[in-house]
Write a protein that binds this ligand. Sequence first.
Ligand code: FES
Ligand code: FES
Length: 211
Amino acid sequence: MSEQDPSPRDRSNDLAISRRDALRISAAATGASLAGFGKTMAAAQPMPVALPGMSLTVHFQVNGNHIETLVDPRASLLDVLREQLALTGAKKGCDHGQCGACTVHVDGRRVASCLTLAAKVEGRQVLTIEGLSLEDGSLHPMQQAFIDHDALQCGYCTPGQIMAAVACVQEGHASSDAEIREYMSGNICRCGAYVGIVAAIRDAAVTMGGD
Ligand code: FES
Ligand code: FES
């Protein structure tokens, strides 16, 4: 047997040492954790607490309306919007953040609502396609542009496309067709209405004063 290949007794000793080391390291780590616990608790922000399977109460604004509702801590914003608040404009396409059909705005930024925990929008402003029309009831310029440019066929992706398109203009990414395509690349249209969508965004950007 070579020098690099220890005997069974040697291996046993190595294991014994490893166990002692592990116990020592574990004890030290536990002590450190306990010592830091008070500090951690003192610095922590108040957070909603719920055990698995239980509900917690969240408060947020949806389309200007104050909402207070019980949610499963694991529920997505998309499911709460659609199944608890009956706001079915945002669509469930992939449920994995890959198609953009569920796009809504949170505090003015687009998000994939299927990847956003409802509990995370506590105190925030949510805007869905249902709240996009203007105060006088007329269509938002982006909605009108989608109609004018035939930027939809079956319409399943359209609410998400429009919410992303509004963010595209508001965030200043509508200065060219290439820039629009890049920004909108996360919104999939199975009907292939991309030419109309880009034209609609270009048009609405002028109306919205974004370009
Ligand atoms: S349903 Fe959310 S990205 Fe597809
Ligand atoms: S219009 Fe049908 S998926 Fe886009």
